[in-house]
Design a binder for this molecule. Structure first.
Ligand SMILES: Cc1cc2nc3c(=O)[nH]c(=O)nc-3n(C[C@H](O)[C@H](O)[C@@H](O)COP(=O)(O)OP(=O)(O)OC[C@H]3O[C@@H](n4cnc5c(N)ncnc54)[C@H](O)[C@@H]3O)c2cc1C
Length: 278
């Protein structure tokens, strides 16, 4: 049971959704965008979250799109993880999100909710970082399309009242050689000790990680070390570990030493397999 009252509103346009959020704020109320609702409900039940209003984005047509139009794949923020996997439109993303939670939860969890999750993992973002995705954001009457990396660097830099409407991907990235690898502590379903998603473009491996640091990341420096094929694989892996953006996470899912061990093996497996595709 959720122990506080809140208003539930389901607008049909992005403009209305953002306006509702900003009006609530102006009147001193807290509003939240709501997509699959799995995280909001889970945290609300244990009083780790409180809100006066949830604004359900699933009524907005733009947020439910999943299609290739001209040269772009468009993924609405309210599309569920299972829909993405079943569509097979971007196999690397489909495989990465297929390892998040269980099948029933993935019918509810949306890509927008995963990317904006309170948790550090946000695994759905990994293929998007590797594929230079763009995002469409809405705030008030305005919408802007910008590179994902311009608004996501360690964390989201969205304006107040701004939300993710769509993800846009150049069609040229969708069917490239790729690999997704997720290592968990015990069961197949679980938070990642290390999760990585990689693709090969123009003979270069592009790779993004979750579970390693306190945020998902892609590092150009680390990639240039990994792509230096003159150097033996295990030497490259050792050097790559010195190019992480911050210290490796040390928590209940895995100690720093364990995560380092797993990361080393993930990188080795990735390089061995992906270099055969070059
Ligand atoms: C059993 C279970 C296991 C999980 N395991 C993993 C895992 O292994 N790896 C992993 O990465 N994640 C994992 N998660 C986290 C999960 O991906 C997110 O918490 C997801 O459940 C939230 O998606 P949702 O659509 O239900 O979002 P909601 O609960 O609707 O929203 C979550 C947050 O995102 C914000 N939000 C939603 N949509 C938007 C939008 N379009 N624009 C801006 N903000 C928005 C909301 O305001 C809220 O703060 C797991 C979750 C569950 C329930």
């Amino acid at each position: 049971m959720i122990a506080f009252d809140f208003n539930y509103i389901k607008p049909t346009t992005a403009k209305e959704a953002s306006k509702l959020f900003l009006n609530a704020k102006q009147e001193g109320y807290k509003a939240m965008f709501y997509s699959g609702g799995t995280e909001i409900i889970t945290l609300g039940r244990v009083n780790r979250l409180q809100t006066d209003m949830v604004i359900d984005l699933k009524g907005i047509q733009e947020c439910n799109v999943l299609e290739i139009s001209d040269n772009e794949l468009i993924i609405g923020s309210a599309v569920s993880l299972n829909e993405i996997t079943h569509s097979k439109l971007f196999p690397l993303l489909g495989k990465t999100v297929q390892r998040i939670a269980d099948h029933t939860s993935r019918n509810k969890i949306t890509i927008g909710g995963n990317l904006n999750s309170e948790l550090i993992y946000k695994e759905g973002i990994l293929p998007l970082l590797a594929a230079d995705a763009k995002v469409k954001l809405a705030k008030g009457k305005e919408q802007r399309i910008i590179p994902l990396e311009a608004v996501f660097n360690k964390q989201w830099k969205l304006d107040e009242g701004e939300f993710l409407v769509q993800i846009l991907l150049d069609k040229g990235y969708l069917d490239l050689p790729h690999k997704a690898l997720k290592k968990t502590r015990i069961s197949k379903v679980g938070y990642p000790v290390v999760s990585a998603a990689a693709l090969v473009k123009d003979n270069q491996i592009r790779i993004a990680f979750s579970g390693v640091c306190q945020y998902p990341f892609r590092s150009i420096e680390l990639e240039s070390v990994l792509n230096d094929t003159k150097v033996p694989i295990m030497e490259r892996v050792g050097t790559a570990l010195r190019h992480l953006p911050e210290d490796i996470v040390d928590d209940i899912q895995g100690t720093k030493a364990y995560r380092t061990f797993v990361l080393r093996n993930v990188l080795k497996d990735m390089l061995e397999e992906l270099e055969l595709t070059k």
